[in-house]
Design a protein around this ligand. Sequence first.
Ligand code: PMP
Length: 360
Amino acid sequence: MTRVFNFGAGPATLPEPVLKRAADELLDWHGSGMSVMEMSHRGREFIRIHADAEADLRELLGIPKNYKVLFLQGGGAGQFSIVPMNLLRGKAVASYVNTGHWSIRAIAEAKRYCRVNIAASSEDANFSYAPRQDKWKVDPAAAYVHYTSNETIGGVEFHWIPDTGEIPLVADASSHILSRPLDVSRFGLIYAGAQKNIGPAGMAIVIVRDDLIGHAMPMTPSVFDYKVQAGADSMHNTPPTYSVYMAGLVFQWLKKLGGVKKMEEINIAKAQLVYDYLDQTEFYLSPVAKEDRSRMNIPFSLRNDKLDEEFLGQARARGLSELKGHRSVGGMRASIYNAMPVEGVRALVEYMRDFERTHG
Ligand code: PMP
């Protein structure tokens, strides 16, 4: 068996020990005689798997007691609608910070439910930076302020938490949750699609402050009403059981590794390897403002884009896969989530250096 280094943005590489354990437990989970996939979500076994996953996530992120943790379907993009449906609380406007592709998608959905005030935007520089807080103009009537704390395609990460005063702050943390410590108490709500740092695709995790629950618009589907799901431990309908189980294994792996503080140190070191190399070459270009560079998603391009296909082909031959940039921006992108081992990042930089030597 040969496993490649998978630099895909999501679904993305998972920790190998997690995959091995899932394989070991696939046919018979802990002597139950069945796979987790086959278990009733109401059964004792699955309820324990679910409760452990939630407890481990709470421990990893230090989630305060006055926040609920929900495991929902509909992925990250589902929350683009579900957040306004639940959080507008009778108000007519929400503020959004526009930092590129995923913010734009979130804004487009929100506009179906309310007026959207763009509090800040980095469009003036092709979405290559995170707008400083002193440039934000939040509408004081806004029900909440939404931002994309890591833009997966643009490779722009907020390395600071905005202060929106009394107005609840909402983060789409899909592509960097659990990559670093997070002060949850600064947020009204944090959501993340699972398929980057959590587990298989199709699930979203929502961490929401108690006082923001219970105000859903009447038209909200009950499976997407935070109050209904919080009251049912995310089991108002059949939850994505296998995804919850896999997420639980990833949380255990992360705890064993030393938690999110340790993970952050590793992620800083991994990202540094790539950025240090990009900073001293003219062969490749890195579009993002240095202080806002993502530790998770690193877009770059070859100065001579005629070499793109050759670069990708030779990379694949070396077992470095999914380096092609998002179709909307082209170029390359290396996603180096928690589960990407440092060896993978070293292999990438070595390959980039070799390619430059032979083609520069
Ligand atoms: N937000 C961000 C920041 C993302 O990167 C993605 C997916 N790449 C989404 C939302 C959408 O997630 P999903 O495809 O699970 O709906």
